[in-house]
Design a protein around this ligand. Structure first.
Ligand SMILES: Cc1cc2nc3c(=O)[nH]c(=O)nc-3n(C[C@H](O)[C@H](O)[C@H](O)COP(=O)(O)OP(=O)(O)OC[C@H]3O[C@@H](n4cnc5c(N)ncnc54)[C@H](O)[C@@H]3O)c2cc1C
Length: 323
């Protein structure tokens, strides 16, 4: 087997991040002349395999086992390990979601093969495949090569590729058996966390002021709220702000938040990580304020201001109030 993409399911369908990883695999397969197969397992594996049979892949491998009906890192890792040992793929690819972060390193450890995570692209160079990822908070981009014989495990970052580019086709489903010893499965999981409904709908907003880690501390949040009132804008945020509990989840913009397209998107102290940018790059006018002139957010901004938001924001609010 050439390239194996392992699918993740969500509510009975294939997770968007798996489709994005499959788009990457389809492109890689074409570039290096290798066939792409997919593996469907876990709860709803039959549905996932049926959905995957409509994609342009060589074949769909289906694993069905009662031990996989709810998430268990041990069972998931062991399943992939056994399939890899049986099918000997050259590449094992997954979309690097939160769940996959939990068990894919176990697969790497069990197979003793390298795992390259948060990959945002690849390059092929004279028979070598190089995997691109950002390091040091997106300040540097590096290309990584696996020098190990046998399969390399690759986790593609959310939004690195667009699921819209998935090629459809028709593929056969082949069932493969694995032997899971329930005595060896030491972890079980609870029901997935369900986000509370309600909250702000940023998708309908005309103006959004989005706040990032550059705000520094929670005590500075009222400064942003004052500007939002003066500008009659909604407030969005990067993930660290939501993770810190300074704003509810519904304010998060990005690959695991909302995708927004307002007339004005004012990014305050946001570095411009790909997971944030994918959720706001469709905005009509993007203005970014960041004290780092090399911040990646300036690459998507229509207007960029290099400066300290703690100095600029209160002055901006004041001048708006005086209009
Ligand atoms: C699977 C996954 C999903 C993710 N989903 C999302 C998502 O949906 N949305 C999201 O936003 N992120 C998401 N992330 C996180 C993402 O990778 C980044 O870590 C995050 O976007 C960084 O947020 P930030 O720009 O606020 O913080 P940082 O990257 O820390 O950037 C802070 C910026 O503020 C600037 N700054 C600091 N102080 C000041 C000041 N006083 N004045 C002006 N500028 C200042 C700095 O120069 C820096 O550029 C996800 C990550 C993963 C792995």
């Amino acid at each position: 087997m050439d390239i194996l993409v392992v699918l993740e399911g969500v509510n009975g369908t294939i997770h968007r991040i798996s489709k994005e990883a499959l788009v990457a695999a389809q492109a890689l397969g074409k570039d290096i002349n290798q066939k792409v197969s997919v593996l469907a397992f876990g709860k709803d594996s039959a549905n996932l395999s049926k959905e995957a049979s409509g994609f342009n892949v060589n074949e769909v491998i289906l694993v069905e086992d009662d031990n996989l009906n709810s998430y268990s890192a041990d069972a998931y890792a062991e399943t992939i390990k056994q399939v890899v040992e049986k099918e000997s793929p050259n590449f094992v690819i997954m979309g690097y979601s939160y769940l996959v972060r939990d068990f894919f390193p176990k697969v790497s450890a069990r197979l003793q093969k390298p795992l390259i995570t948060d990959v945002i692209g690849y390059k092929t160079d004279g028979g070598k495949t190089l995997y691109t990822k950002q390091v040091i908070h997106g300040k540097l981009t590096v290309d990584i090569e696996s020098k190990v014989e046998g399969p390399v495990l690759v986790g593609f970052q959310s939004a690195a590729y667009s699921a819209d580019n998935l090629e459809n086709g028709s593929a056969e489903i082949r069932t493969v058996a694995v032997a899971l010893d329930s005595a060896q499965l030491k972890t079980t999981s609870e029901e997935p966390f369900q986000e509370e409904s309600g909250g702000v709908d940023l998708t309908a907003a005309d103006k959004i002021i989005s706040i990032g880690r550059g705000v520094g501390k929670e005590e500075n949040m009222p400064m942003v709220k004052d500007l939002a009132v003066a500008l009659k804008a909604e407030i969005g945020a990067s993930r660290p702000i939501v993770d810190s509990g300074w704003l509810p989840n519904s304010h998060q913009v990005g690959s695991s938040g909302q995708s927004v397209t307002p007339n004005l998107y004012l990014a305050l102290g946001i570095s411009g990580a790909i997971q944030h940018v994918v959720g706001m790059k469709g905005s009509k006018n993007i203005v970014a304020i960041n004290r780092d002139p090399d911040a990646p957010i300036f690459e998507v901004a229509d207007y960029g201001i290099v400066g300290d938001i703690l100095e600029i924001v209160p002055k901006l609010t004041e001048s708006l109030k005086n209009q």
